[in-house]
Design a protein around this ligand. Structure first.
Ligand SMILES: NC(=O)c1ccc[n+]([C@@H]2O[C@H](COP(=O)([O-])OP(=O)(O)OC[C@H]3O[C@@H](n4cnc5c(N)ncnc54)[C@H](O)[C@@H]3O)[C@@H](O)[C@H]2O)c1
Length: 448
């Protein structure tokens, strides 16, 4: 019988190499640069045939570059950052939060007019209640064939808060299967967390942010001047995301927040008033929070590893946040304060360190307690959902082991959970307001 020779595709480019030898039939396939049409993404792969003409295996790597920049006056005509990107494309397609359009639309339009760049803009209402698949659909209509017909290499400009960055980022992920976007975060949350995040999404029926795609912006521009017009409640809300990085990763950031947090809240990050020194501190706080977050999240774009300190405060809160309609930052702060009590219960954290975490949240008016924590069935259901979301290997709940570092709890038994809730409740009942935060409930409930 004649043995058929295993089929091996002929190699047409010098950049395709056989490795390590032809008999093992591994072809490394480095696609030549001359065929590359995407300015934003690159990748290469390897195909390994088993040699029996019946199976082969492919492995491919995909390189995502995400740049993050602090800028001053992003829509000031003298600032060329956006003009340089869009001038050579001949236009800019933008999705803008409707409130932001009312406040900054004129300067945005003037910016593109002065640079003689045609602008196609969709102003989109982006309330928490708008974070739905229907909104994503509407955005896809704007981007797609019957709308602006964006090319898969054309970066869409997204300007707004965390709700818009989540839904517009997801629409970009779906358009042509991956269309790049540039994010200008206009809230504290979007500037330091949701904006540069690769995790784009919409809410599911019960669980927040449950439908989505990993698609970071190619470029994130952070301009704290937007915080001037932000409601103080939303400035406070965003500070919870700064605290989570300070507690789990950056003790210097924690101390800066202890020392200057209330003043940064009061002055909206030195945009309402404040001297040069406070402005420099505001920039340092933003830079440190961003760097610490992207060091962990940005290098783990597909969430394939669960050493994710930025999930501190986000293990139980995705279940209780929508059920009591809390603002995201308050839900996270309650999750962090409870997590600190749990860490004390587990002998991971000193009670003095827990108190520093709780005091920092309270100094900014963030909630540290809500009776929903006592609904143990709901908390256990939250754990079950989270375990599935994090890959079933464990709960991977980040908990502090000191100020500026954390470890990951794999299992939290119902008994331990109950004891920690009871102790946290006791601790908070001694607080004058029982651990309530200021303006802790969502107002944007779609009542329009
Ligand atoms: N993808 C992620 O990794 C990630 C991380 C954190 C939070 N999130 C999500 O982000 C959302 C919360 O984002 P948010 O806190 O930015 O809220 P948001 O997007 O709802 O914005 C808050 C409010 O401020 C308005 N606004 C925005 N910019 C403004 C400005 N400069 N001046 C005045 N008003 C302005 C908005 O219209 C809105 O009414 C939540 O849905 C949360 O799940 C996602």
């Amino acid at each position: 019988m004649v043995q058929a020779k295993p089929y091996l595709p002929s190699l047409v480019e010098s950049s395709q190499k056989l490795s390590p030898s032809e008999s093992e039939q591994i072809i490394q396939f480095n696609h030549p640069e001359k065929y590359r049409t995407s300015e934003w993404y690159s990748g290469q792969g390897e195909i390994a045939a088993s040699g029996d003409n019946r199976s082969f295996e492919i492995s491919a790597t995909y390189t995502l570059k995400a740049e993050v920049k602090l800028v001053d006056g992003v829509f000031e005509p003298a600032n060329l950052t956006l003009a340089e990107v869009y001038r050579r494309r001949g236009r800019c397609v933008a999705i803008v939060d409707r409130t932001v359009d009312e406040l900054y639309g004129e300067s945005l339009r003037r910016y593109f007019e002065e640079h003689e760049i045609p602008l196609k803009l969709l102003a989109c209402r982006a309330w928490e209640s708008d974070k739905t698949p229907e909104t994503v659909h509407r955005l896809l209509q704007f981007l797609g064939k019957d709308g602006c017909d964006v090319s898969r290499n054309e970066p869409v400009l997204v300007v707004g808060g965390g709700v818009l960055s989540d839904v517009a980022g997801l629409a970009c992920a779906l358009q042509h299967r991956r269309t790049p976007y540039i994010m200008v975060g206009t809230t504290v949350v979007a500037a330091i967390d949701a904006g540069p995040s690769p995790r784009t999404c919409t809410n599911g029926s019960q669980f927040k942010n449950s439908i989505g795609a990993y698609h970071p912006p190619a470029l994130t521009l952070v301009d704290r001047n937007f915080f001037r017009t932000l409601a103080t409640g939303h400035v406070r809300n965003g500070m919870a995301e700064i605290i989570k990085m300070a507690v789990t990763d950056d003790p210097v950031l924690f101390e800066l927040m202890e020392q200057y947090g209330p003043r940064l809240l009061e002055t909206h990050f030195a945009t309402l008033e404040g001297d040069e020194q406070l402005a420099a501190i505001a920039d340092e706080v933003i830079y440190r929070a961003l760097f610490s977050y992207m060091k962990h999240e940005g290098t783990n774009m597909f969430e394939t590893y669960q050493d994710r300190p930025h999930a501190y405060g986000h293990t139980w809160s995705p279940r209780f946040e929508p059920s009591v309609k809390l603002m995201h930052g308050h839900a996270v702060a309650i999750g962090m304060a409870f997590g600190a009590s749990l860490a004390v219960e587990m002998n991971w954290l000193k009670s003095t360190e827990r108190d520093r975490i709780i005091n920092l949240c309270r100094s900014l008016g963030l909630s540290v307690y809500h009776p929903i924590l006592e609904d143990i069935d709901l908390m256990l259901e939250g754990q079950k959902n989270m375990r599935r979301k994090r890959g079933e290997g464990g709960l991977w709940a980040p908990l502090p082991v000191g100020i500026g570092s954390c470890d990951y709890a794999q299992e939290v038994s119902s008994g331990l959970l109950q004891a920690a809730v009871e102790n946290h409740k006791q601790l908070c009942s001694d607080l004058p307001d029982g651990g309530k935060g200021q303006e802790m409930y969502l107002r944007d409930l779609g009542l329009e």
